[in-house]
Design a protein around this ligand. Structure first.
Ligand SMILES: CC(C)(COP(=O)(O)OP(=O)(O)OC[C@H]1O[C@@H](n2cnc3c(N)ncnc32)[C@H](O)[C@@H]1OP(=O)(O)O)[C@@H](O)C(=O)NCCC(=O)NCCS
Length: 426
């Protein structure tokens, strides 16, 4: 059990109290989120806490008497990392995502979000999450053990809008609950192009239909025989404000193009329109459409934050993937795999090609002496889930190196492509 009980109220300095949120806090939390964040935050928060699948226990507040002065919410997520060579098989990584964070300006800088992050991480641990992933303001969340690790999809400006005829033979409409099985199937197919996937959680699919901060669309093909199969989906943000088309998924390129054409028409129809930005999905059917219609993404790096609370537990979860990677590599195997984060280290035995359970140990400054690799703790998320792999990271960071068994480490920790679906569109 975590040291801190996330379900109990906890006194903080100056008479403030951190406690789980209650229905009577709804209005104040909504006002605080809207004042400090975005127009749709209050609605997004309400959809989460009023859904029993997430519930009020997902949210905490700091109160000064009856006044809500700070808040945060924890969402349940699941990342899935593909097991190479085993079609469709993936290791499941239960994860938490902190969202909807805000402090009243009069109470800023007193460590209230630090306390709320402690609450969220204790709750996350209690729920069996083996990592946390999040989108957040730059730098801030590094203070709470997060590092940038997983690429956010490239945001590519639409440079060659499809002609209106691209919509002929298609009908585009907002998705309804009845469309969710098809939308989920299309998303799952698109996500299979990536090694690491995070689908929308079942309750989030419903929140997405109800929220006004974005619209989830389906594209139906009007077949001559009278059928109208759903052949594409996508999610747009309100067209008047930096419109985005994200989560584009389709059975074929023509259907994907119809979705882009519809999003372009929405974006172009407002007064003083801004160009549509389309999220790339390389390797999927829609990736080729985006390549054809869009210009290059800005060079600015965009990544999700990751926090790895316990590397031994996470590596144990990842063992089937690591095992399959070794099985697929033609390398001479050492008798154990050693990975040091310098302040601590992990050992996994290798007997007859079988990777044993990870065992944690203490400080190890020179893992190369034991045939091991070194990785700074703030690069561990990037090593396990990021796009560079150990070799790419070692070229960027002096405190990441593969050690004497570089070929084994390169096989164990290759670049990982990712496709994460999130409540907010970063
Ligand atoms: C960002 C925000 C949530 C911080 O809340 P807060 O309660 O003042 O944060 P804390 O006092 O717990 O800050 C913890 C630490 O981060 C520092 N810090 C605060 N805001 C920071 C920022 N924007 N960037 C970097 N450091 C920051 C604090 O000084 C403190 O440092 P310390 O522990 O060394 O003393 C608050 O300013 C806010 O609501 N901003 C507007 C909404 C927003 O951006 N929400 C986040 C969306 S992801």
């Amino acid at each position: 059990m975590p040291a801190l009980d996330p379900t109990s109220p906890r006194p903080l300095p100056d008479g403030l109290v951190l406690r789980p949120a209650r229905p009577s806090d709804l209005e104040q939390i909504g006002e605080l989120l809207t004042a400090r964040g975005e127009e749709y935050d209050a609605e997004d928060h309400r959809l989460v806490v009023e859904d029993p699948a997430a519930g009020w226990e997902s949210c905490a507040v700091v109160v000064d008497g009856d006044r809500v002065v700070s808040t945060a919410t924890l969402l349940d997520e699941e990342l899935q990392l593909a097991v190479p060579g085993r079609d469709g098989e993936a290791v499941r990584l239960p994860a938490g995502q902190v969202e909807l964070v805000a402090t009243d300006p009069a109470f800023e800088g007193r460590g209230l979000v630090r306390e709320l992050m402690g609450w969220a991480h204790a709750l996350s641990e209690g729920r069996g999450h083996v990592l946390q992933v999040m989108i957040g303001i730059p730098y801030f969340y590094r203070l709470f053990g997060y590092s940038y690790a997983i690429d956010i999809p490239a945001h590519r400006p639409l440079s060659a809008p499809p002609v209106p005829e691209a919509l002929e033979g298609y009908a585009v409409r907002p998705a309804t609950t009845e469309d969710l099985p098809e939308a989920r199937r299309l998303q799952a197919a698109a996500q299979r192009a990536a090694d690491l996937r995070m689908p929308h959680s079942p309750p989030r699919w419903q929140w997405l239909l109800e929220r006004h901060g974005s619209t989830t669309w389906v594209v139906e093909r009007t077949d001559p025989g009278g059928g109208a199969p759903v052949v594409a989906t996508g999610r747009t943000t309100p067209p008047q404000d930096d419109p985005v088309l994200a989560e584009l998924a389709a059975t074929d390129q023509a259907a994907a193009t119809a979705m882009v054409a519809h999003a372009h028409q929405l974006a172009a129809a407002v007064e003083d329109p801004s160009p549509l930005v389309v999220w790339d999905r390389p390797g999927s059917v829609t990736g080729e459409v985006v390549d054809r219609l869009c210009g290059p993404a800005p060079r600015q790096a965009e990544q999700y934050y990751v926090r790895v609370p316990d590397e031994v537990r996470l590596l144990d979860r990842l063992r089937p993937v690591l095992q399959a990677r070794l099985a697929g590599a033609s390398v001479d195997l050492p008798s154990e795999v050693v990975l040091s984060t310098f302040g601590r280290h992990v050992r996994m035995s290798l007997v007859d090609g079988e990777l044993g359970s990870p065992r944690g140990g203490g400080t190890m400054q020179s893992p190369g002496v034991d045939g091991g690799a070194g990785v700074a703790p703030d690069q561990l998320g990037a090593l396990l889930l990021g796009p560079h792999g150990i070799i790419g990271l070692s070229e960027r960071h002096p405190d990441v190196y593969p050690g004497p068994h570089a070929d084994v480490m390169a096989a164990l920790f290759p670049p990982v492509t990712a496709d994460l679906l999130t409540y907010y569109l970063p």
